[in-house]
Write a protein that binds this ligand. Structure first.
Ligand code: ZN
Ligand code: ZN
Length: 265
């Protein structure tokens, strides 16, 4: 894995930053986004979790399914596919999540999405960043990849006033320098899929996404031969991300799609 960080600060900014940050900490100390306890004075800016809360995050650790990222207890030594993925045709290469959708992580995502606590996108993007340490992305020059968000239907986005995946995608792009492109649209809203089995979910989503056509003044989004990190907040069955990956590959000509999410449901 390699990517450039944010650009190096100028000399003046380097000189000013410590003094300005010390002043900012006095007026408004940096708080842990979970327990709200002020962070230690020597904690770097942009650290969202205090040590105690960071240690308690339900981080995804191996072993997990090499396709869908489903976490398993126990010690598998071999590469394995879970029963759910066996014999199933998914259009993405694999999916990897930073955390399990439990406890504080589930709560943070809920506050971000449904209580409009938009500042939490920083904390969630910091978690998402961890997925790039996935061993299968090692050796990849990720700055040559593209970040693409799972889109919301226009009416859903109008109600929520933002698309949580796009917010995470843009923040991750700022953190890593990997370009983000708005490549997909959701053309059809589907009813809740909870009552459908896995094949019915895929069928139900067929045709629900399309490549976004650029406006006359916008440049064409070239996906041909590109490698894509598809970003979503939570991965559940993989039906939505698989359908997005299908459109990116079959219609856009993308070479491969890897799904990265903050949480694994
Ligand atoms: Zn804390
Ligand atoms: Zn699986």
């Amino acid at each position: 894995m390699s990517f450039p960080g944010t650009s190096a600060p100028s000399r003046l900014r380097r000189l000013l930053n410590p003094a300005l940050q010390a002043a900012a900490d006095l007026i408004c100390p940096q708080l842990c986004c979970v327990c709200k306890v002020p962070q230690a004075h020597d904690a770097p800016r942009g650290v969202w979790f205090c040590q105690k809360c960071a240690d308690e995050l339900p981080v995804v650790e191996p072993p997990y399914c090499m396709v869908c990222g489903e976490v398993y207890d126990g010690s598998f030594t071999n590469v394995f596919r879970c029963m759910n993925c066996d014999g199933r045709r998914l259009e993405f290469e694999f999916a990897v999540a930073a955390c399990r959708a439990e406890g504080t992580v589930r709560e943070l995502i809920h506050q971000f999405k449904y209580e409009r606590r938009l500042h939490l996108r920083g904390a969630l993007a910091a978690l998402l960043l961890r997925t790039l340490a996935e061993p299968r992305l090692e050796g990849e020059n990720l700055v040559d990849w593209l970040l693409v968000a799972v889109p919301l239907h226009r009416s859903r986005e109008r109600d929520r006033e933002f698309n949580q995946s796009r917010e995470l995608c843009q923040r991750l792009s700022q953190l890593t320098g990997i370009p983000a492109v708005d490549a997909l649209v959701r053309t059809r809203e589907t009813d809740t899929q909870a009552h459908l089995d896995r094949d019915e979910r895929l069928k139900n989503l067929r045709g629900a996404f399309a490549l976004r056509k650029p406006r006359p003044w916008q440049a064409e989004i070239a996906l041909q031969g590109r490698r894509i990190l598809l970003v979503d907040d939570v991965f559940t069955t993989g039906a939505t991300t698989s359908e997005c990956a299908r459109v990116l590959r079959r219609e856009g000509g993308a070479e491969k799609v890897v799904v990265i999410t903050v949480a694994r449901g």
